[in-house]
Write a protein that binds this ligand. Structure first.
Ligand code: NAP
Length: 267
């Protein structure tokens, strides 16, 4: 399966989707650095993936919301593995209390937003300048359907994922004309510690196979979906061959206001 090369940095790599991504990218030939806060679980996960795939992995413990620790972690990755070709912003939290906005604990609420938005901002500002210098690289931000509409019980998460989509679009726009690209990848509904903690998914069985997320991210890493830069693709629903053959136009798969009709002055 070794059809990829170069170095990937995956945040939130110690469990769930991040761990699946590390495994899938390592199995396809990338050297993969995994980042998360809890060092023991991260190290164990990276060692297990290396043993299972025969690939090269590296554990860099850090909090994505902490500027100094992100800068240090990225420095270690560059030193140990080389320049980063693929950055996957996957780390992030979900609302701990499933309550309406006005009942939310402001600190916990803000921590959720920060984990997705400040986290991605800090990795982007540390990794992307090097990609721009090399005129090569891809950034994947883990998106969600909850970023495309309000979510009454998960308002922080919804705000965070909407913000992250805006960050992707702004980043892709600023990178236009270069060979560095940025994408929103929605993973579907994957069976992970996060989804297991959410009441909306209790009793749910139609999980998206994690391999679908891996396939999509691997195709992005291979440069097969570059025309989707700045846009939203969805594992388990989007067909890879259709995505490869399609060039989206206008604001397809981007967040916009819907006009109320032909007479809408904002249309
Ligand atoms: N699962 C789904 O169906 C689904 C659907 C849509 C979108 N997503 C998105 O996909 C991503 C992964 O989801 P998941 O379900 O795999 O989540 P998860 O099971 O909760 O795993 C989250 C990972 O992120 C790490 N993490 C959390 N906060 C961090 C921080 N501040 N700094 C560094 N690492 C941090 C965690 O490790 P530590 O706690 O040790 O740091 C863990 O490795 C998230 O962005 C999520 O919003 C998931």
């Amino acid at each position: 399966m070794g059809d990829l090369s170069g170095v990937a940095l995956v945040t939130g790599a110690s469990t769930g989707i991040g761990r699946h991504l590390v495994e899938g990218l390592a199995a396809r030939g990338m050297a993969v650095a995994g980042l998360a806060r809890g060092e023991d679980r991260l190290r164990t996960a990276m060692d297990e993936v290396a043993a299972a795939t025969g690939g090269r992995t590296l554990a860099v413990a850090a909090d994505v919301t902490d500027r100094a620790s992100v800068e240090e972690a990225v420095g270690v990755v560059r030193e140990e593995l080389g320049p980063i070709a693929l950055l996957v912003n996957n780390a992030g939290l979900i609302d701990e209390f499933e309550v309406p906005v006005w009942e939310a604990d402001p600190d916990q609420w803000w921590d959720v937003v920060s984990s997705h938005v400040r986290g991605a901002l800090l990795t982007v500002r540390t990794v992307v300048p090097w990609m721009v210098l090399r005129n090569s690289g891809r950034i994947v931000n883990l998106a969600s359907g909850m970023g495309t509409r309000g979510a009454p019980d998960y308002s922080a998460y919804s705000v965070a994922k909407t913000g992250l989509m805006r960050l992707t679009e702004s980043l892709a726009g600023a990178l236009e004309g270069s060979d560095v690209r940025a994408f929103d990848v929605a993973p579907g509904v994957v069976d992970t510690p996060m989804t297991r903690s959410m009441h909306v998914w209790q009793g749910f069985t139609d999980w998206t196979p994690p391999e679908k997320v891996v396939e999509l991210v691997a195709a992005i890493a291979a440069g097969e979906l570059d025309q989707w830069s700045g846009r939203f693709v969805r594992a388990g629903k989007d067909d890879l061959d259709v995505l490869r053959a399609t060039t989206p136009a206008d604001a397809a798969r981007q967040l916009r206001l819907q006009p109320y009709g032909d007479t809408d002055p904002l249309a």
